[in-house]
Design a protein around this ligand. Structure first.
Ligand SMILES: Cc1cc2nc3c(=O)[nH]c(=O)nc-3n(C[C@H](O)[C@H](O)[C@H](O)COP(=O)(O)OP(=O)(O)OC[C@H]3O[C@@H](n4cnc5c(N)ncnc54)[C@H](O)[C@@H]3O)c2cc1C
Length: 455
């Protein structure tokens, strides 16, 4: 698709809500315009006129080198293109794992992948349910809809009802890849449902939030140009034809999708964390130089700790790629152990790295006057004078650094990122579970026995 075809494709009768109103002009709405522009930029950059051309986000990695290449290019994509690649790779991974027991589902998933590729569609991963009372299983909930479920089975398809929460970029994509949020036990068959639903299907409504700044974009150098909505998706008796149903009651494979998505989402998250880690180091060093503190020992120590953090996250990503394994189909998926361990480490230590940056930077991270005040005839020159610290470093330059640090770590986007680090990819608990499952515990116990003189 070209950029204009993408923009036109969003005018398809979809029902989008934000700030208490239904959105009529999605493309020009301030909460969505920047994100849509970024996705449009991606369409424009990748468009080729040959009939069978397809974007790199539809590339299946057939070697470790191709897997690395995929991750490197992923860093340049907008969020919805990232979720498209991760969501489809997760579906293909699930297909590979289900093929021997449910070949029909594997065939449908592969046909769906081809459909998305051929039509250059963008997809989101709709996995997280509302979940109700967390200690109760789906069938025991007072409201049976808090986990998305099948409410009707017809010869030509199924009807689903429920909600999917926090779904990144849903409103500006084309397809919702719906998967069960967790393992379902026998008795919970109606909740073991995976399928693909076009965003404009009857019965779909998406209520949105976004950290996009509503004013003074110049004081939000990151979030004003890079933001995306999160969707609270309501699925109100949505019909799904059989060819788009990938699981409908087979509880033995209900967790296959969540595990497969967890792997690809955490791998992508780790790739982003590598860049985020280096960015935090860069901001810390720049603001220390601007403040004149870059040679003070405790500042150097903190920045060294941040360097070690960024480097270890990178090492974990490298190990996840180096230990990637081939699927039966011949394509490569990353190491479960290294992907989960690296993502967990990066996410769990992230807030400490932000603490170091705030500690190093100083209070002006949250109180620096706006750039508009710097332009004021009367007070502007005085603000520049008093915002100057280290010799030779301009007051405006230092003020801009403070705004960048606030925007990136201490304001709407910064707060979003702090929570997202912990919760995205299924949360830290899920990463600990998977890491433990794939760790060679027998070998570790054997070493313990050896030290204890028990062998
Ligand atoms: C910005 C953002 C974007 C996101 N994007 C997507 C997306 O695109 N697609 C998608 O599907 N999801 C997405 N998520 C959702 C994310 O995966 C969830 O937030 C995460 O899985 C936690 O679920 P929850 O928010 O419902 O919290 P809860 O499940 O309520 O978890 C809160 C805490 O309670 C613990 N807990 C809850 N229940 C149990 C239990 N039964 N046993 C043990 N511990 C428990 C959890 O481990 C966690 O520590 C996104 C989240 C954020 C913040």
């Amino acid at each position: 698709m070209t950029r204009s075809q993408y923009l036109a494709s969003l005018d398809d009768g979809r029902r989008i809500f934000a700030d208490g109103r239904e959105v009529r002009d999605l493309v020009n709405h301030p909460l969505f315009a920047t994100a849509i522009k970024r996705v449009g930029d991606g369409y424009a950059a990748h468009h080729r006129s040959e009939g069978d051309a397809s974007g790199p986000y539809f590339q299946i990695p057939y070697s470790r080198g191709e897997l690395r290449g995929l991750l490197e290019t992923l860093l340049e994509w907008d969020m919805v293109t990232v979720t498209t690649s991760q969501g489809l790779m997760a579906l293909l991974t699930a297909a590979a794992r289900m093929r021997s027991t449910y070949p029909e589902y594997a065939t449908r998933i592969e046909a769906y992948f081809e459909y998305c590729r051929a039509n250059d569609l963008r997809c989101v991963q709709a996995i997280t349910d509302a979940k109700g009372d967390r200690k109760l299983s789906p069938g025991k909930q007072q409201d049976q809809d808090v986990y998305t479920r099948i409410v009707e089975r017809r010869p030509d398809g199924i009807v689903v009802r429920g909600a999917k929460l926090h779904i990144s970029s849903a409103a500006i994509s084309h397809e919702l890849i719906v998967m069960p949020t967790k393992n379902m036990k026998p008795g919970d068959e109606d909740w073991a449902v995976a399928c693909a639903i076009p965003v404009n299907s009857p019965g779909v409504r998406i209520v949105n939030t976004n950290y996009a700044p509503m004013s003074r974009p110049q004081d939000f150098p990151h979030s004003s140009v890079d933001n995306t909505p999160e969707g609270f998706i309501l699925l109100d008796d949505v019909f799904v034809p059989n060819e788009r149903v990938f699981l409908a009651g087979e509880t033995d494979h209900s967790a296959t999708f969540a595990h497969a998505l967890g792997l690809w989402e955490r791998l992508g998250g780790t790739a982003h964390l590598v860049e985020i880690g280096d960015t935090l180091v860069g901001l810390a060093e720049l603001i220390a130089e601007a403040n004149g503190t870059e040679r003070i020992s405790h500042i150097r120590e903190k920045i060294a700790e941040m360097v070690i953090y960024a480097t270890l996250v990178r090492a974990g990503l490298e190990a996840a790629i180096a230990n990637a394994e081939p699927s039966q189909e011949g394509w490569y998926f990353p190491s479960e152990l290294f992907t989960n361990a690296a993502k967990h480490f990066g996410a769990a230590e992230f807030s400490k790295m932000v603490r170091h940056l705030h500690d190093i930077g100083g209070g002006a991270i949250v109180t620096a006057p706006s750039l508009a005040d710097l332009e004021h005839d009367e007070v502007g020159p005085l603000i520049r004078k008093y915002m100057t610290a280290a010799d030779g470093i301009d007051g405006e330059y230092r003020t801009r650094l403070f705004h960048a640090i606030r925007d990136y770590t201490a304001d709407a986007f910064g707060g979003w990122q702090l929570v997202t680090m912990l919760q995205s990819g299924g949360g830290l608990y899920a990463q600990r579970l998977v890491a433990r499952k794939h760790y060679d515990m027998e070998k570790a116990k054997q070493l313990g026995r050896k030290v204890a003189g028990l062998v």
